[in-house]
Design a protein around this ligand. Structure first.
Ligand SMILES: NC(=O)C1=CN([C@@H]2O[C@H](COP(=O)(O)OP(=O)(O)OC[C@H]3O[C@@H](n4cnc5c(N)ncnc54)[C@H](OP(=O)(O)O)[C@@H]3O)[C@@H](O)[C@H]2O)C=CC1
Ligand SMILES: O=C(O)C1=N[C@H](C(=O)O)C[C@H](O)C1
Length: 236
């Protein structure tokens, strides 16, 4: 498969290596200041986009308008998702966003939803999320923490919105974001009462899980149409 790689940072470089191991060709690599040209699009079967919150929208739009199925793992741009959905429909395109491409985190999302449903009947416990990432991360909270928050809000009636940092309001779910060294990504959910705490945690040991997931989804995506979700691929 011929892959257009948009973003050649930590994720882009690791995806390039893994895709080559799986016998794919990197049709072109586009980084900041490299122009995205329609001629590049013609040479690719699929695009993989891991860039910057401010860049994702234009990159995805370019792919959809140039008829390349595209997946994006870039976080921090989701206010523009409705517009991308519209562009995808108008161009009869294919698009998939996932806040986290690793199998482990997607299993963790399911566990989080099940725990929220169980805790919903318990008056004495208050939920919170803590995420820890490397110091180069541009956005906070992480996209994964936002997906986890959405899962809790869906299943645990007492919280209706999330807030970055400490919260005084009963209906707010606090998300604490820490930036430490080179941590690839750790997410912890806690339910605290006055007497104890229940917690579940996912810790990535490296970026390998995100990379493998992104390449496997990229192999599947060209056979799909419309807005897809990673659940459509993983079928957990
Ligand atoms: N969904 C998932 O599973 C995962 C998502 N992520 C997300 O992916 C994104 C990238 O992460 P990571 O690789 O660690 O970040 P890096 O900062 O290491 O890499 C981002 C790269 O994108 C480049 N870039 C910036 N703007 C543009 C643009 N307009 N067009 C093309 N390239 C551009 C940057 O160039 P320059 O350095 O010159 O600015 C840099 O090379 C983040 O949003 C992160 O949260 C990360 C891991 C997993
Ligand atoms: O920026 C990162 O590194 C990561 N970003 C994603 C996120 O914001 O959830 C996924 C992963 O945690 C690594």
């Amino acid at each position: 498969m011929r892959i257009l790689l948009i973003g050649h940072g930590k994720m882009g470089k690791a995806i390039e290596q893994y895709a080559i191991q799986r016998d794919h060709t990197i049709a072109a690599t586009v980084d900041l200041n490299d122009p995205l040209m329609p001629t590049i699009a013609e040479q690719a079967d699929v695009a993989i986009e891991f860039t910057h919150p401010d860049a994702a929208f234009e990159n995805i739009k370019f792919c959809l308008e140039n008829k390349i199925p595209v997946l994006s793992g870039t976080t921090g741009w989701l206010d523009k998702m409705p517009e991308i959905e519209k562009i995808c429909k108008e161009n009869d395109g294919t698009f998939l966003y996932a806040s986290n491409f690793s199998l482990g985190v997607n299993l963790f999302f399911k566990l989080n939803e099940q725990l929220a449903a169980l805790m919903n009947r318990q008056e004495k416990y208050k939920p919170a999320i803590t995420e820890v990432h490397h110091t180069e991360k541009k956005d906070a909270p992480s996209g994964t923490a936002i997906t986890l928050a959405e899962g809790i809000i869906e299943g645990f009636d007492k919280v209706t919105e999330w807030k970055l940092g400490k919260s005084e309001k009963e209906n707010e779910l606090p998300i604490f974001a820490e930036r430490i060294g080179e941590v690839p990504g750790t997410h912890k959910i806690t339910y605290k009462s006055d007497v104890d705490m229940i917690s579940i945690e996912h810790e990535a040991f490296s970026r390998d899980g995100f990379v493998e997931g992104a390449v496997l989804v990229a192999e599947w995506l060209p056979q799909q149409k419309g807005i897809k979700k990673i659940d459509d691929f993983l079928k957990l």
